[in-house]
Design a protein around this ligand. Sequence first.
Ligand code: MEV
Length: 327
Amino acid sequence: MLSPKHVITSAPGKTILFGEHAVVYGKPAIAAAVDKRVYVKIEKREDKKTHVTVEELGVSGFLNLKEELIDYNNGEYKKKNILEYVLKSLIKTNTNDGLEITINMDIPIGAGLGSSAAVTVATIFSLSIYNNINLTKNEIAKLAHQVELEVQGAASPIDTTLSTHGGVIYLSNNANKIIKLDINTEIPIIIGYTSKRGNTGKLVESVRLKVEKYPEIMNPILNSMESITKHACKALINRDHEKIGELMNINYGLLDSIGVSTEELSKMVYSARKAGALGSKVTGAGGGGSIIAYCPEHVDEVISFINKFENAFKINISNEGVRQESK
Ligand code: MEV
């Protein structure tokens, strides 16, 4: 079969509802794919060079696949490392030079919504279609996770699993067991995010040091997080709003106790509750990034309250993971 002239695929970002950090210790977590996506378009270039543009970030550069180098044209340094995920995705799929890759994202970068995983998953899927390679969703998720590990050093498979499969997923046993939860109705979640970014690797490491220093204090906290996630799974399926909110609040207390909240995140967490959220917590690694607020009611009040000092928006769950877009 001839390669198609161009391919466009997209993959969703994610938010962790319960179980971040504990998941690093083999505990379960619940995460949801969100209706904010990354779009990756691949076209042939006649000059045999490989060039990538991430339009919303104003970042672009030529990739040297043989030497694994990036020659940046422009872009702010902090945002440039998104091109490393693209480079590794090309190498992992044994792709040859000669491509123009255009990335569009409606996921805010650094907000803890898994933008790098979404870029990686959609890039790998676009490349597999372009190169006529058949990859199952599990294979895409696995390759994307390897790319994340190579670029970041450490990462659980949560982000890549969600970007690939979509939906609401209960992951356990180090994401070796993934169960798609049958939740078809909307989960009323608001994301609040601060422009201050957390460093996932450093935060995971800081928790690990505490676990080593105070095992008899930290292990019960991680066990409690596990119990929260198990209760939350039932509460989400039963749409028990009060319980979901309450469990988020307990989870937040524990995340704060292990040192991953910040003044900005804490302000958003309590403001959301004050404005009518039933529960709120840090989502993802913390240290900056985002909170989620559970808002079956008072959505507008919560958004406008947080928007006074940070950024907030409502998300919906995306049941669809990575997909090919029509031309
Ligand atoms: C980061 O989004 C979530 C953490 O649990 C780390 C990970 O799972 O890789 C903190």
